[in-house]
Ligand binder design. Structure first.
Ligand code: PLP
Length: 393
């Protein structure tokens, strides 16, 4: 395991020291004050404490800078992987506890316990394994959260398994502190009836736990969609786990006005050329110019930066000089072409792929809808090649 870990570290994180840096080509401006604002909205709306979900490099916006901006506004951080937790620790996040949302494989447990991260557990045998490890490694009780599957179908105790015997078996473990009880909404942005029923059941499962000697300090079930759609969330939980909304994107369109967008994704125009009628543009020649003369700007962004290739031919816009300009032809790996006819655009100008310029705005949701996907995927696929820059909080 150690050998494998070290090899992996070399593969993915080997940073070559170098003395020269290219000027910004394609970059993200991240507004940390907006993220703080959105965290306060999450607290106010949910009437719960907040577990700030910053998995997948804080949805692509940078785990450590985002965590620093959020510390003091959240009770815990939630991440998906052990590496994400270790990165936060290495980045100086020491006092805010870190909850590991995904299921852990046995070979990860040692590192989890040694670092004091908090796992979510799914069965009594798993709880016993953590308990045995905690007996060897911990001076104080080792905190864990129990997850109950109320409709997500990916982890946790099944509702059928959550009975007196299970609860008593957990309560009897001497080296664990069952700090939290958790579940997850599969369709808080799509099915209010199911979500309401799920909340009621989550409340009943907690009552059963109390009845048999288990009273966790924390109960949490709400993601962004749950927080923004369920005013009664606080009646069955005292914590919530917002992710997406922290970054200024609401999964519920009618609540978008509450949030401040945190991302502006920019690039440069590298060339402006005038092409005659009948010129084909990009791979497959799916677009052919119709005007007598089309001014075509070439931009330094492509699908290798995370700009979705699925936007090809889907009437996507890019902001240049405060105007919406049409994407032409297919998205290539490193460059895209945009119609700037009638726009005084020139090489070196900034272009906005997502965010505001002048009075125009292109939202993550707009790009996701045109690309046939969801905002979560657009954010988390912004690639390593895009430089993250931070506006002060
Ligand atoms: C990702 C995740 C969240 C956050 O979800 P959003 O929809 O981004 O708010 C909350 N809880 C769990 C278990 C998750 O995996």
């Amino acid at each position: 395991m150690e050998r494998r870990r070290r090899a992996g570290a070399l593969d993915s994180r080997h940073a070559v020291k170098r003395s020269e840096q290219a000027p910004l080509r394609c970059w993200a401006e991240i507004d940390l004050a907006a993220i703080q604002h959105n965290a306060r909205v999450a607290t106010r709306t949910s009437r719960c404490g907040i577990i700030g979900v910053i998995k997948a490099n804080a949805y692509g916006l940078g785990a450590v800078p985002v965590a620093r901006a959020l510390s003091g506004l959240v009770e815990m951080f939630g991440v998906a992987t052990l590496d994400e937790a270790l990165e936060l620790r290495a980045g100086g996040i020491r006092t805010t506890p870190i909850l590991l949302l995904g299921a852990r494989v046995p070979e990860e447990r040692e590192l989890v316990v040694r670092n004091g991260f908090v796992p979510c557990i799914s069965s009594v045998p798993e709880a016993k394994a953590w308990d045995a490890l905690a007996a060897k490694r911990c001076k104080s009780l080792f905190p864990v959260h129990v997850d109950i599957d109320t409709g997500m179908g990916r982890m946790g105790f099944t509702e059928g398994d959550w009975n007196a015997r299970t609860i008593r078996a957990l309560a009897a473990l001497k080296n664990l502190r069952i700090e939290g009880i958790a579940s997850h909404f599969p369709s808080a942005d799509e099915d209010q009836r199911f979500t309401r029923r799920q909340m009621r059941r989550f409340g009943l499962l907690q009552m059963l736990a109390v009845e048999h000697g288990l009273a966790p300090r924390m109960a949490h079930i709400g993601n962004s969609a749950g927080i923004l759609s369920s005013p009664e969330l606080h009646t069955v939980s005292n914590f919530a786990r917002p992710g997406l909304m922290l970054f200024g994107v609401s999964p519920i369109a009618a609540r978008q006005h509450l949030l401040k967008p945190a991302l502006t994704w920019k690039t440069h125009i590298t060339l402006v050329r005038e092409l005659p009628r009948g010129s084909s543009i990009s791979y497959g020649r799916t677009f052919v110019t119709k005007k007598p003369a089309t001014r075509v700007a070439t931009l330094a962004a492509g699908y290798a930066d995370g700009y979705p290739r699925a936007l090809s031919g889907r009437r996507a816009d890019i902001l240049i000089r405060g105007r919406r300009c049409a994407l032409l032809g297919r998205v290539t790996m490193d460059q895209i072409m945009v119609d700037v006819t009638g726009v005084p655009a020139k090489a070196g100008d900034e272009a906005v792929l997502i965010g505001s310029q002048g009075r125009e705005h292109i939202s993550v949701a707009e790009v996701a809808a045109k690309a046939g996907t969801i905002p979560w995927e657009i954010l988390t696929r912004i690639s390593r090649r895009v430089t993250r820059t931070y506006l002060p909080s």
